[in-house]
Design a protein around this ligand. Structure first.
Ligand code: ZN
Length: 358
């Protein structure tokens, strides 16, 4: 039985998201989540998923959402990020069924100071729910990991009470992802804070499970956003197994792996580290830095290889009056970036065992 026997193609919400993650857990694979910043990148991600018959997770960050709406817009009240997130979601909703793959539509890290963005997305979810009986997004991430634990959990509880009734999954973070991403710089955080303890995870689980079962935890196990030379921080995906054991014991041992775990800062990880994380209940792994790079590669190579055709609108190595339109049309050169992005998304899926499950 494949995934399309249990959930439909297109954007999933509510119990369909649970079904997908449970299927991944049972079959010991994880689904990559790829950041998108435009319809071009979103389409490439969907194309990759279609080609290898896989479910996929698409997400927008706060900065990526603003970019989706347009860099020329003011964003002092998160208005561009809210509008861009909605636009991205509506775009994906419009085209995803044509690609024939199940899609989880997600928003990335939201820190305390960005909560107005979160509020705006939730309002859009509630409005969409009124009209269609489901939220606009499948899930959202709250990241209060830089705040004290009590405040982190209390904020998640407050929002989850609003999200659960309309079927929105919550991802939260406890412990810090190091490195730098989307303007958040955690490069100088002390190393011990990068490893979450099982007791902290249990505190989160206990508080959120009173509201509903549909949440996941991004725990720190030495994760770092971005790609750096190896050395400073050691990734310890084995720690995730300890979290599962601890939570399982607290629950009376009936469920072996009660937690849905998320792997942030996956770019640059070894295949072995990824495998250990998946075995320990990671159902979603974030990939951003590597796919940003991949999108550039195709465009860069095209511009370099076709340099003689890109110096003027008319005139190239084949003759002074030869037109260059079929080289400078964005559908030609942006497409080259899409192709290399498609390839990289397929690789991320393959690393996680997310191939041929539909
Ligand atoms: Zn992250």
């Amino acid at each position: 039985m494949g995934i399309l026997d249990i959930v439909p193609a297109g954007v999933l919400t509510g119990e369909n998201v649970v079904k997908l993650f449970n299927y991944a857990k049972e079959h010991k694979f994880a689904i990559p989540v790829i950041n998108v910043t435009s319809s071009s990148t979103a389409n490439a991600v969907l194309e990759a998923a279609r080609d290898i018959k896989s479910p996929i997770i698409i997400q927008v960050s706060q900065g990526g959402s603003a970019y989706f709406a347009g860099k020329g817009l003011a964003n002092d009240k998160q208005q561009a990020s809210i509008a861009g997130a909605k636009a991205a979601a509506l775009h994906v909703r419009a085209v995803a069924p044509l690609y024939g793959v199940p899609v989880v539509l997600h928003s990335d890290h939201c820190a305390e100071k960005l909560l107005p963005w979160f509020d705006g997305m939730l309002e859009a979810d509630e409005a969409y729910f009124k009209e269609h009986g489901e939220p606009l997004f499948s899930s959202h991430m709250l990241d209060l990991s830089e705040e004290p634990k009590e405040q982190n959990i209390a904020t998640c509880v407050k929002y989850f009470k609003r999200m659960a009734p309309i079927g929105i999954w919550l991802e939260m973070e406890i412990g810090i992802t190091g490195g730098e991403e989307d303007g958040v710089d955690n490069t100088s955080v002390e190393n011990s804070r990068l490893y979450t303890q099982p007791e902290d995870i249990w505190d989160v689980y206990r508080a959120l499970s009173e509201i509903g079962p549909n949440f996941s935890i991004a725990a720190g196990f030495g994760n770092v956003h971005g790609v750096y030379k190896p050395g400073n921080v050691k990734l310890e995906p084995g720690l995730l197994g300890k979290h599962q054991q601890y939570a399982s014991k607290q629950l009376g041992g009936k469920v072996e792996k009660p937690l849905y775990l998320v792997f942030h800062g996956g770019s640059g990880s070894t295949k072995e580290e990824i495998k250990t994380a998946v075995v320990n209940g990671v159902v979603k792994m974030n990939v951003d830095t590597d796919t940003q790079w991949a999108y550039l590669v195709g465009i860069r190579d095209f511009v370099q290889n076709k340099s003689g055709y890109l110096q003027s609108q008319v005139g190239n190595p084949e003759g002074p009056d030869k037109p260059n339109k079929k080289y400078y049309d964005p559908r030609v050169w942006v497409r080259e970036g899409e192709k290399t992005l498609v390839t990289r998304v397929k690789e991320a899926c393959s690393d996680l065992g997310n191939v041929g499950h539909l």
